[in-house]
Design a binder for this molecule. Sequence first.
Ligand SMILES: *[C@@H]1O[C@H](CO)[C@@H](O)[C@H](O)[C@H]1NC(C)=O
Ligand SMILES: [Zn+2]
Length: 504
Amino acid sequence: MENLFQWRLFPLLTLLVSFMVFFYVQSHPKLSEIRCSLLPYQHYWIASKRIVTPQGIISGAGMFSDGKIASVVKEDEKRESFKLGHVIDYGEAVVMPGLIDVHTHLDDPGKAEWEGFPSGTKAAAAGGITTLVDMPLNSFPSTVSRKTLELKIKSAEERIYVDVGFWGGLVPENAFDRSALEDLLNAGVLGLKSFMCPSGINDFPMTNTTHIKEGLSVLAKYRRPLLVHAEIQQHDHLGLQEVVDDARSYSTYLKTRPTSWEEAAISELVTLTKDTRVGGSASGAHLHIVHLSDSTSSLDLIKEAKSLGDSVTVETCPHYLAFSADEIGDGDTRFKCAPPIRDAGNKEKLWEALLEGHIDMLSSDHSPTIPQLKLLDDGDFLKAWGGISSLQFVLPVTWSYGKKYGVSLEQLALWWSERPAKLAGQESKGRIAIGNLADIVVWEPEVEFNLDDDHPVYLKHPSISAYMGRKLYGKVSATFVRGNLVYQEGNHASAACGVTILAK
Ligand SMILES: *[C@@H]1O[C@H](CO)[C@@H](O)[C@H](O)[C@H]1NC(C)=O
Ligand SMILES: [Zn+2]
């Protein structure tokens, strides 16, 4: 009898406790906010001797209030202002706008074993990246329609530690279907991406110039960009036998994708970007060339198009700036990517173009996979999956390898934050300015570290990263997303409170 009574009472008690918890959480919204941040404050100051603002580097402080930058004051104005709240003093550490990576493959949903939203965005946070834009391929299905975008958004919900936007795919199937493309754009992709060579992904076929022209005409109305992988397969490379003989040699792979592939693609693209000029038939559209590797004729074509008023920008990636072909060891397929890493002279010219402003911005093109597909044991460059894993390291890498070129903190902010924000249509990000979102990285440029097995790496597969084993400068200490301290000194906020960014 007694047992029966308890057994009946149990569900009732559970219900009662649930109600109490529910009402407690409802009346204490701070509880959920605290889980989004390692700090318990909604309004506070962060102070530093080196804050990188669009007006230069200042010693002072910024006030964050409800996720936005409410105030920025210089050293001499600090004392008065500080009466208003809690202050975190980062001393000599650099306070910079959070990085915005416009080219990331997080492979989620469908191939989350390659990376996935949780590990990818934790690695981003640990690397000072506060926003990333996910590529439409390498996940499954590819993001080529409203329905597939909705799957992405659903997969990202409550699983992202930084903000994430999405590019949609321009493929032959939707290129001639204006209403399908408009549906995808209306659903919120920040722009479109297409390939001029096989992408390696079955449900992401390549586009030709007719498709791209169609895409640009739709994008003009939305004022969103088209990102293009600019390589067209040429049939001027090695005979098959020679290739097969020496597949472990990086130079073999390099010869299979010569600069003429990039040049062929870009020379076709610049015939289309004419239409993006003011008054042109695709005025309002913008073409962005992703991961440029060729610093010779391809770059000259881009420079010329820009000088004529075409709406075109170009990015390159840290791996083209850090490495050169002659340094890549036999069988070290961690370095395989497309277009390939070229010779040391090419690298020098890429730096020059970046410093002179001909290359507009940087992106990671973080493109991981499972270690098995990298074929690290065989070391076959021709068969291994292409893509460089880098997301967490792009800030220290750019800084470390840029040192000898005299790269400044302001340039880093321009290449990694301000210009990418503009490309992605995120005007409230990318700069430390009043009214902008409080997306911030705090880092110590002078601190040196070894990227060895003891270093905390949040990527799903650290072993495939081309940067493992390197010595780098620039330690990320803290990362704020919308005023939430999402990462500090090896700790992440417990809840994944990143926001999916959709274009309106
Ligand atoms: C591109 O491919 C489409 C078929 O999808 C074809 O109709 C068109 O003529 C092609 N354009 C060029 C320039 O080859
Ligand atoms: Zn890519």
